[in-house]
Design a binder for this molecule. Structure first.
Ligand code: FAD
Length: 295
């Protein structure tokens, strides 16, 4: 199933997971997949070396497991900055042999101490290349608060349009905590002629360490409502987790009400959090699916 087709008749609801760290067993994520099975997301994306970890070896194995044992469509992330054309062609061949049709094409995070391979400088180079190699559905990343290396949002959106023109059929956004930044971004992308569906990236924040790491990595701005919540509950982990889940649900209800194309939930391999949120929003997603299908 090509993911782009899903957006025709529904508000897409998807999860993102990451392969276990190098010193943990792959079985831990397989247990998580079991726990997620009855939540029926439209697809699950699997990161590949995210955060510059260089940890991509299990991405394909997890994608196969999702497809073959759980009947869930996988979206595999594919970064390119440290790979040669030959490396990428080898990976694409493996994807084809294993029936993987959906790829999130990325430039990728820089791995410390490794020089870029220079065959692909930007995600748009990779998207063009993948199109020439096979019949894949390609997604790309976007940044409602601007990519940290871009001089400004208009320039970043100009390059985003290049990714869409190169063949990205849908976009998944970086996480954000203020829906107004997403609405402003969607307005600007539409003005720039970007017409493909944009999924909103939502990260339920469930512990303090996670917030600090995330803000350092992606520079998401934190609205007052959010920082007040964290300050109030930071010493009570269960209360902070519950508040983080409630905050994410509130964001999702507002986004769906506003007609968002899809919600991409960064579940951080936490099936409990995925379940709580899925159960809370299933009714509104169903209602929005029915109204989208009727149009
Ligand atoms: P690009 O689209 O290439 O953009 C990178 C920068 O270059 C931007 O500042 C852009 O404005 C600029 N740019 C783009 N095109 C041009 C051009 N033609 N000329 C000049 N400048 C240009 N990383 C991983 O390593 N593994 C993962 O699994 C992973 N998953 C992710 C999932 C999502 C949903 C998101 C949002 C990010 C993910 N990342 C992952 C992080 C991502 O790789 C980094 O943010 C990376 O710095 C940029 O990747 P990109 O594909 O957006 O790059």
């Amino acid at each position: 199933m090509k993911i782009a087709e899903l957006f025709r008749d529904r508000t897409v609801f998807s999860f993102e997971i990451f392969p276990p760290k190098k010193n943990s067993s792959i079985e831990t994520i397989y247990d998580t997949l079991e726990d997620l099975q009855d939540l029926h997301p439209d697809f699950i994306s699997i990161t590949f070396g995210a955060g510059g970890s260089g940890n991509g070896a299990n991405t394909l194995a997890i994608a196969r497991r999702l497809k073959e044992q759980h009947g869930v469509t996988p979206l595999v992330h594919l970064p390119c900055i440290h790979d040669t054309k030959a490396d990428i062609d080898g990976v694409l061949q493996q994807f084809q042999e294993n029936g993987i049709e959906n790829i999130l094409a990325l430039r990728g995070d820089r791995v410390e101490g490794r020089e870029p391979a220079r065959d692909f400088c930007h995600a748009s180079d990779l998207i063009q290349h993948i199109h020439r190699q096979g019949d894949f559905d390609i997604a790309a990343a976007c940044y409602p608060e601007c990519h940290p290396e871009a001089p400004n949002l208009d320039t970043d959106i100009r390059y985003l349009k290049e990714k869409v023109d190169a063949g990205a059929s849908h976009l998944i956004s970086q996480l954000f905590f203020d829906n107004d930044t997403f609405y402003d971004f969607r307005y600007r992308t539409a003005r720039a002629g970007i017409q493909v569906p944009i999924e909103a990236g939502i990260m339920p924040v469930t512990n303090r360490k996670q917030i600090e790491r995330m803000v350092t990595m992606c520079g998401a701005s934190l609205p007052r409502k959010f920082t007040k919540m964290v300050q109030c509950f930071e010493d009570r982990p269960e209360a902070l987790r519950d508040a983080g889940i409630a905050y994410a649900i509130d964001q999702i209800v507002d986004l769906v009400t506003d007609g968002v194309d899809g919600i991409h939930l960064y579940i951080m391999n936490n099936a409990y959090v995925a379940r709580k949120i899925s159960e809370a929003v299933s009714g509104i997603l169903k209602a929005s699916r029915n109204s989208t299908a009727a149009k």
